[in-house]
Structure formats: structure tokens, C-alpha cells
Design a protein around this ligand. Structure first.
Ligand code: SF4
Ligand code: SF4
Length: 472
């Protein structure tokens, strides 16, 4: 016999998770298939967003990817703009902007993102769930199939489902890798033996396995247990935030109605059909109020609207609304919080634009060569060895050289006398600073170097020079 789910009890629902039974086991959610206007629009939007998501790594601008999140080399390309490790402050700024924007958006519109655009929901509800309905049928048929012994029908259906889920997980794993290392590298990995790209191959296997696990078994737990955004809702939302809401003013007292009883036994509009619970992919009862588990998927709106039409009541018993609009009958969108977040967001955007406009196109980092102090030379000079990391953030190749601004000190670049940087590239070079020992006045002196491009100084670099002072 199915165990009672304490989460659906209006007296105890805040004490437990909708997906955990009172015996502590997972309450597997079998959401009933839903149809309706919101579901239709969500389906159309999901096609568009999935198309963009899969096309993303293939979009290039002047031969470079439009989006790349190469965490391994710490190189990021966002909408065509390249960010190097030296641009970490810009990325932090960008993340702050994103964070404040998300807060602002959530304060006003609740979890619209979760229901309509989050990749987890898109794949789970619009891809994997639809395939599951196609192969195993609606909620009741799925439940029966899971409880049935392993006969040929069950083996066939489960086998087919796992195969299709596996193939899609492989596609998503490759997609994620393409965002991380680029399409060409992924192509190299899949067209060459695993031993040629062991790390990349392991990455593909790991990501595909993770997605298989998430969409086959973990499912709504990703939103309820793992996603930090979901868990922060209690902080973001207030009584003016718009959410999927049950209109308890209109709906209560709930109970089944018969047309000829309406006059003698008036009830609220909720006919207690429980369909809003049966379609919910996170296994909650929206009539208990706003809950952390609700991903605002709108399934309960669609199904309740259908019920309302059947019992000849106005649609919208469950709808997008705020607590205040249900309780007090008014909706205030521009609150003090919204104004404050908007001001912070504008300031951050202005700051970010200013930083982008003034960032160096060529950057250099000079460090002393590790483990070495100075070298005495036969000709009476003394030298220090340095390494330099040059980054060309432009889309043209650049030739740079280095000059010392300290009197009597020369720069000897190892190899050629200049460094040639390809567009959007990083180069590691080495050079000596050399001084006649007779001119050394202090064992450690501060030195300024001039990084030059086509005879023009583009950066001034500070370092130090170590040498023994000559005995007089
Ligand atoms: S679907 Fe609507 S009418 Fe049915 S139980 Fe839910 S809120 Fe009540
Ligand atoms: S309560 Fe409604 S909107 Fe929220 S997750 Fe469940 S079905 Fe979706």
C-alpha cells in the first residue's frame, strides 16, 4: 500500500519535502500529462531555447566562438568579447551584474526563469518527460509498469527508454564540453582514439554520465536539493512578487460541488479534484501556499483552468499573482526594494562599461625566474633572469619589445629581440636585465621597464634587480 505523503497535509507540509515519504524513502513523482495554453507556450519557447543552446558553440564571429567558457585555460568568450585570467575583475563585475539582475527579476516575477527557461526544466519537462510519456504512457501507466514484474513489455519499454535517454545525455555531455573547450577540440576527441585525448575523453564520459543520472533518476531533486537559486527564494520573494498562486480567497472552503447544491451549500471555487497535485512535477500541493519546491512550471494553472471551465467557474483559480493581489486585491510592482536593486544594477552596468572601455589590449606580467638571484658574467656585468607572460587581447597580431628605463641597464630578450603575438593569444618569454657591476649601487634596486609596440610605450612594468655591489 502506498505510504501517506505528509507533505500534502496542510498542517505538516512545511515540516517535510514533497518527495520524501514519512518512512524516509523517495516519493517518486509521477506527474500526470498536462495540456493547456501555458504548456503550449512553454513547449514553443523550449524549442527556441534548445535550438539556441545547441547552436551556441557553433556560432562564430570572425572565426572565433561567440561563447566559450574555458575554465581549464581560464579563457572566456562572452558574446564575442574575450576575457583572460588578467580580466578576472571584469568577470567578477559581470557575475555581480548577473546576480543583481537575477535578484531584481526574482523580486518582481518570482521563479519565472525556473519554469520557462532553466535548462534543467527545459530538458526534464520538455525532452525527457515527453519521451517517457511516449514510451511508458501517462502517470498511471508508468506507475503500473514500475510495479509490474520484469516481463517482455517492461524489458522492451525500459530498455528503449534507457537507450534514448543515454543518447540524449551523450548529446548534452558533448554540448557542455563544446561550451568548455570549443567545438573543434570536441571533434578531435570524438574522431581520435581516447588515448590521444584522455582528459577530454574522460570529461565527455563524466558529463554524459552526470546528465544521465540527473534526468533518469535525480530529476526534481536537482531543483529542490541542489539548486542554490531555488533555495534562496525565501530571501528573494516578498508579498508583491508574482508567482504561481492559488487564490485561496476565491477557492476556499474547498469541496466537491454539484450544480443543484450550490445555493443550499455554498462552497469556494476549488472542487478539491486534486488534479493540481497530480500534475505537479515536484509533488507539492500549491493550495498550501508558496513553497520552495515550486518551480513555477504552470502545470497546475493549466489543469485547474480546465477544471474551472468544466464546472462553469472563471479561469484563474491558480494563476500568476502575488500574495497581496490575492489577499488585498491590489498589485504593486515597483516597490522600494525594486527601486534599490535597480539603482545598484545601473551603477554596476555603468562601472562595467567604463572598465571595458579602459582595459588594456595588450597585457604583460613580469616575474623573476624562480630559484635564481643573479649571474656574474666574464665581462664584468651582472644579470638577472625574468619571465614575462604577454597576452594579446586584440584580433590582430602584435609585435612588442621591452626597454629598461633604468640608466645603464640593458634588456636581452632570449631568442629574437621582439615578441610576436598571434591574435587572441598568450606568449611566455624570458629576458635578462644586464648591468655593469661597477654601476650597481644597491643590492636590490627597483627597475621600471617599458613595454613597447611600434615604438610607442604601451605599458610600464615595475620589477626589481639584484646584484652584489662591487668592492671599491
Ligand atoms: S485543480 Fe483547481 S479545483 Fe482542482 S483541486 Fe486544484 S485548485 Fe482545486
Ligand atoms: S505547484 Fe504548480 S507551478 Fe509549482 S511546480 Fe507544482 S505544478 Fe508547477
Amino acid at each position: 500500500m502506498a505510504k501517506k505523503n505528509p507533505h500534502l497535509d496542510p498542517n505538516t507540509f512545511r515540516d517535510s519535502l514533497g518527495t520524501v515519504r514519512d518512512d524516509g524513502k523517495r516519493n517518486w513523482v509521477y506527474p500526470k500529462k498536462v495540456s493547456g495554453i501555458f504548456y503550449r507556450y512553454r513547449t514553443y519557447l523550449s524549442w527556441l531555447l534548445l535550438a539556441i543552446l545547441f547552436a551556441g558553440p557553433f556560432i562564430t564571429v570572425e572565426g572565433r566562438p561567440w561563447l566559450l567558457f574555458n575554465i581549464f585555460e581560464r579563457k572566456f568568450i562572452i558574446f564575442g568579447a574575450v576575457f583572460w585570467p588578467q580580466d578576472t575583475h571584469l568577470l567578477i563585475f559581470l557575475l555581480l551584474i548577473l546576480f543583481v539582475f537575477i535578484i531584481l527579476f526574482t523580486v518582481v516575477f518570482g521563479r519565472v526563469w525556473c519554469g520557462w527557461a532553466c535548462p534543467q526544466t527545459l530538458f526534464m519537462e520538455m525532452v525527457f518527460r515527453k519521451i517517457e510519456y511516449l514510451i511508458e504512457g501517462d502517470a498511471n501507466q508508468q506507475r503500473k509498469l514500475n510495479e509490474a514484474p520484469w516481463n517482455s513489455e517492461k524489458i522492451w519499454k525500459k530498455g528503449l527508454k534507457i537507450t534514448v535517454f543515454g543518447l540524449i545525455s551523450l548529446a548534452i555531455g558533448h554540448l557542455v564540453m563544446a561550451y568548455l573547450i570549443g567545438v573543434e577540440q570536441v571533434l578531435d576527441i570524438v574522431t581520435q582514439p581516447p588515448s590521444a585525448h584522455m582528459a577530454g575523453f574522460m570529461g565527455l564520459v563524466a558529463f554524459s554520465g552526470i546528465f544521465m543520472f540527473i534526468f533518469t533518476w535525480f530529476r526534481e531533486q536537482a531543483c529542490i536539493v541542489v539548486c542554490p537559486y531555488g533555495r534562496l527564494q525565501g530571501v528573494f520573494l516578498d508579498n508583491n512578487s508574482i508567482n504561481v498562486m492559488y487564490d485561496y480567497v476565491r477557492g476556499e472552503p474547498r469541496g466537491p460541488i454539484r450544480k443543484n447544491q450550490i445555493e443550499t451549500n455554498p462552497k469556494g471555487d476549488c472542487v478539491d479534484c486534486n488534479l493540481c497535485v497530480q500534475v505537479c512535477p515536484t509533488g507539492i500541493d500549491i493550495r498550501n501556499g508558496i513553497q520552495m519546491e515550486c518551480v513555477n512550471c504552470t502545470a497546475c494553472i493549466d489543469v485547474c483552468d480546465e477544471v474551472m471551465v468544466k464546472v462553469d467557474r472563471p479561469k484563474g483559480l491558480i494563476r500568476y499573482a502575488s500574495e497581496n493581489s490575492v489577499k488585498e486585491g491590489f498589485q504593486k510592482l515597483i516597490t522600494g526594494r525594486v527601486k534599490a536593486y535597480s539603482v545598484v544594477l545601473v551603477l554596476l552596468v555603468v562601472g562595467f562599461i567604463a572598465l571595458i572601455a579602459t582595459r588594456d589590449e595588450l597585457s604583460a606580467t613580469v616575474t623573476r625566474f624562480p630559484g635564481m638571484t643573479y649571474q656574474m658574467r666574464d665581462n664584468g656585468t651582472v644579470s638577472n633572469l625574468y619571465q614575462i607572460i604577454l597576452i594579446n587581447k586584440t584580433f590582430e597580431s602584435q609585435t612588442v619589445d621591452l626597454q629598461s628605463l633604468a640608466p645603464g641597464m640593458d634588456v636581452e630578450i632570449l631568442g629574437d629581440q621582439v615578441w610576436v603575438l598571434e591574435p587572441q593569444s598568450k606568449l611566455e618569454g624570458r629576458f635578462f636585465l644586464v648591468q655593469d657591476q661597477q654601476e650597481v649601487l644597491t643590492p636590490q634596486q627597483k627597475v621600471k621597464l617599458s613595454l613597447r609596440h611600434e615604438g610607442q610605450e604601451i605599458d610600464e612594468i615595475n620589477t626589481s634587480f639584484m646584484a652584489p655591489v662591487a668592492e671599491k
